[in-house]
Design a protein around this ligand. Structure first.
Ligand code: AMP
Length: 210
């Protein structure tokens, strides 16, 4: 019966490498090596738990619409998705970083209308509007650090961890928009209908975090 099944949507890439050991601590182990397979959905050691592996930006969509019961994604992706259509009960406290503005070292950002490049367009829009600043947002999908260097934008909104990527490209971090870490999100209906299963997994994940 599908009520007895849990589908967990995992974020592929760097978050996955940190999440798999936590899941294992919580008693959930993929039936095969996710990193060695081209499959996108995996059975686990538990007969009622399956794991999907997708882009972080797609995790909130699958969870809100109920094709996955539980999702694991960065707070940056959750903020950018911008919906309250799911619960966010647990901070896994991994893949920590910051969403920040960054600009060329020493550059004055005093243009009346700033050009801001980001893949986090919703986060950037909201941040600058809260600051009362007029901006034009330019959507890019990667290599944001190039945008100020090439004159495409005055500044960027991006993920900063060590700051090495910024430094290597003549940029410096300016303002912190949000502290980011990996969160567990839960579909609203699944939280009710599969309450025992979901709570049990959350409890074990919480213990694994501790
Ligand atoms: P760093 O040079 O250490 O500041 O890392 C910056 C780049 O690594 C960013 O542009 C991101 O693309 C990526 N990155 C670092 N940490 C994370 C994270 N926790 N989640 C997603 N991307 C990250």
């Amino acid at each position: 019966m599908s009520d007895q099944q849990l589908v967990i949507a995992l974020t592929k890439g760097r978050i996955l490498d940190e999440v798999l050991p936590l899941l294992e601590h919580a008693g959930v182990i993929p039936a095969e090596d996710i990193n060695k397979s081209r499959k996108l959905i995996f059975d686990s050691n538990l007969p009622n738990v399956r794991l999907m592996v997708i882009r972080g930006s797609d995790v909130p969509t699958y969870v809100e619409l109920g094709s996955a019961d539980i999702g694991i994604a960065g707070k940056d992706m959750i903020m950018e998705y911008g919906s309250r259509g799911f619960y966010e009960p647990l901070d896994l406290k991994i893949a920590s970083c910051r969403l920040m503005t960054a600009a060329p070292v020493g550059a004055k950002l005093d243009a009346p209308r700033l050009k801001v490049a980001s893949k986090f367009v919703n986060v950037a829009k909201q941040y600058f509007s809260e600051q009362g600043r007029q901006v034009d947002i330019i959507k890019l999908n990667g290599a944001l650090e190039l945008a100020p260097l090439m004159g495409l934008a005055d500044c960027i909104v991006d993920i900063v961890d060590t700051g090495n990527t910024l430094r290597a490209n003549g940029l410096e971090a300016r303002e912190v928009i949000a502290e980011v870490s990996t969160r567990v999100i839960v579909n609203r209906a699944a939280m009710k209908i599969k309450h025992a299963l979901v709570q049990n997994l959350l409890m074990r994940l919480e213990r694994a975090v501790a």
